[in-house]
Design a protein. Structure first.
Length: 184
């Protein structure tokens, strides 16, 4: 009995079972496959995007799981934006309906020439693909494929798939590059 005659309150039992930490919810559920180390991958992948193991020698059973980030956008100002969700790029993207409805995250981009529209280009993730869509901007959006010398202007409202290493020009002078280790 402790000094002063007061009884000590009973102690709560301590569990030695380790609880799993709460996992960060993944992206939308897409059809994919696991490598032998249980990394979730694009079913078209020849090698695991995480550990690099060959996927060709495995008997793959596709299932729906949370899509991991598909890469990053490397902006010409040094900013790196992970691609976990759709992004709307523009001068004032936070006012766009896609952002207000929660379908895309705003990514503000401006230039000295003021050639970037308020709602300029949408970077959309579709299953395991990354696409860009010019939203009818005044000064256009153009894509330069990896290894190509010139940019090709996109027609408005027409999605174009981005390959890892592709560079996108927004307006007259701003650019970003799509990079990913998820090469198919």
């Amino acid at each position: 009995m402790p000094a002063g005659g007061a009884e000590e309150p009973p102690r709560e039992p301590v569990s030695l079972i380790r609880k799993h930490p709460k996992r960060r919810p993944g992206g939308p559920r897409v059809l994919g496959v696991n490598c032998k180390n249980e990394h979730f991958n694009d079913p078209r992948a020849h090698y695991c995007a995480v550990c690099g193991i060959s996927m060709l020698q495995l008997t793959l059973s596709p299932f729906h799981g949370p899509r991991p980030p598909l890469g990053v956008l490397l902006l010409d100002d040094g900013q790196a934006v992970p691609l976990e969700d759709d992004h709307l790029i523009g001068r004032r993207p936070e006012r766009a309906p896609e952002v207000a409805e929660g379908r895309a995250h705003p990514l503000r981009m401006t230039d000295a020439e003021e050639s970037i529209s308020r709602r300029h280009v949408l970077v959309r993730l579709e299953e395991w693909r990354v696409t860009v869509v010019d939203l009818g901007s005044a000064n256009g959006t153009a894509v330069r494929a990896p290894g190509a010398a010139d940019f090709v202007r996109l027609p408005p409202d027409t999605p174009a798939e981005l390959a890892p290493g592709a560079t996108v020009r927004v307006g007259l002078s701003r650019t970003f590059r799509f990079e990913s280790n998820r090469k198919v």
